[in-house]
Design a protein around this ligand. Structure first.
Ligand SMILES: O=C[C@H](O)[C@H](O)COP(=O)(O)O
Ligand SMILES: C=C(OP(=O)(O)O)C(=O)O
Length: 363
């Protein structure tokens, strides 16, 4: 492969990069305004999550949905089903839909709906951002709160008002930029353990994000700005496995709990049933959730939530050159459990938690 020589004497700030203007966050928010119904869902979602994290709400948070949103219609089809299931199980589970538009890649690959909504390397980012905002509005208007990964430090200005729960991913938990950003975010933020399975970076991230920071960002008009944050009081740990082994077992959870307490933090843990905890095998996710529920029924107090990668169809598919060949409702990133399995695993979890609660009340 012929490599282009970097013109090191070039006085330009970026090497032969092209720039394309984005509409400002304020302009996009004016075009797709936060409706009163969506605002109420977001406010109630964040409030419930704060109550779960402070044990005033005994329910289990479940952040569940596709690994990534690539097809708006299929995503909304999923959201409608999930909203009904959320209502049905609302006595024990608090369901928040994964609406992930930004994918961190190990090396390369499709980076999500915002980056490349056409899935054809046309990188129409302004369009992707608008599609993501429209999708979040629709989901929240159904009364279903949304969860997303915050990857790009600029995106929250465009979408943050529609998100109830945010994740900082395994690949960015150690990044100062993401810690600073989280310190300014208005929703609870889950920090994933690193891809090597270590929890230390995530624990440090929660501490860092809980403090005020001054950092560079953009304002609502899209101008570069110094952001002065107050700190996020609702940071918590997401155990997702890694380094070739899961970490949802009782010993790993107890060790993580100790690490949080030692750092002066609330022992709040969400178990990601996918990724390293399922060896990236979607069919293992129900087993992980069953195990988590058993730990809760036996009296665990540090697990406050679970995450599941789920879509309409099981598994995943490569992105074909001819997009008409895409299978409807099937992930184009990590493999997901299908809808029937989703209903089954969540109903089973809710039933077990209900039973354990009755046993406790009777004792
Ligand atoms: O959740 C999604 C993936 O695990 C993450 O984006 C990394 O994907 P990759 O290893 O296929 O790049
Ligand atoms: C990318 C994700 O997870 P992780 O950061 O744990 O790999 C994800 O949840 O989509």
């Amino acid at each position: 492969m012929k490599r282009e020589t970097l013109a090191i004497a070039d006085a330009a700030v970026f090497h032969q990069a092209e720039f394309e203007s984005m509409p400002s966050p304020a302009a996009l928010r004016a075009r797709l305004p936060l409706s009163a119904t969506a605002a109420a869902t977001v406010a109630a979602g964040r409030q419930t999550l704060a109550e779960i994290l402070t044990r005033r709400d005994p329910r289990l948070l479940v952040a569940i949905g596709p690994c990534s949103i690539h097809d708006i219609d299929a995503g909304l089809d999923y959201a409608r089903r999930l909203q009904q299931l959320a209502e049905e199980l609302s006595d024990t589970l608090f369901l928040v839909m994964r609406a992930y538009f930004e994918k961190p890649r190990t090396t390369t690959g499709w980076k999500g709906l915002i980056n490349d909504p056409g899935m054809d390397d046309s990188f129409r980012i302004a369009d992707g951002m608008a599609q993501a905002r429209r999708f979040l509005l629709r989901v929240n208007e159904m009364g279903l709160p949304a969860a997303t990964e915050v990857l790009d430090p600029i995106s929250p200005q465009y979408l943050g008002d529609l998100v109830s729960w945010a994740a900082i991913g395994a690949r960015t938990t150690e990044s100062q930029v993401h810690r600073e950003l989280s310190s300014a975010l208005p929703m609870p933020v889950g920090f994933k353990n690193g891809t090597d399975g270590g929890v230390e970076a995530a624990v440090n991230a929660i501490v860092s994000a809980s403090r005020p920071h001054a950092f560079l960002g953009i304002d609502a008009e899209g101008r570069a700005a110094v952001v002065r944050s107050r700190g996020n009081a609702y940071g918590h740990l997401v155990l997702r496995g890694g380094g070739g082994r899961p970490n949802y077992d009782t010993v790993s959870v107890a060790m993580a709990e100790k690490a949080l307490v030692k750092a002066g933090l609330q022992p709040n843990i969400v178990i990601d049933c996918s990724h390293g905890n399922s060896y990236k095998r979607h069919d293992m996710q129900p087993l992980v959730l069953d195990d988590v529920v058993q730990q809760l029924c036996r009296g665990n107090r540090s697990i406050v939530g679970a995450m599941v990668e789920s879509f309409l169809e099981a598994g995943n598919q490569p992105i074909p050159a001819d997009l008409s060949q895409l299978r409807y409702g099937c992930s184009v990133t990590d493999a997901c459990v299908d809808w029937a399995t989703t209903e089954d695993m969540l109903r089973r979890a809710a039933a077990e938690l209900r039973e354990a609660r009755s046993r406790r009340q009777a004792a």
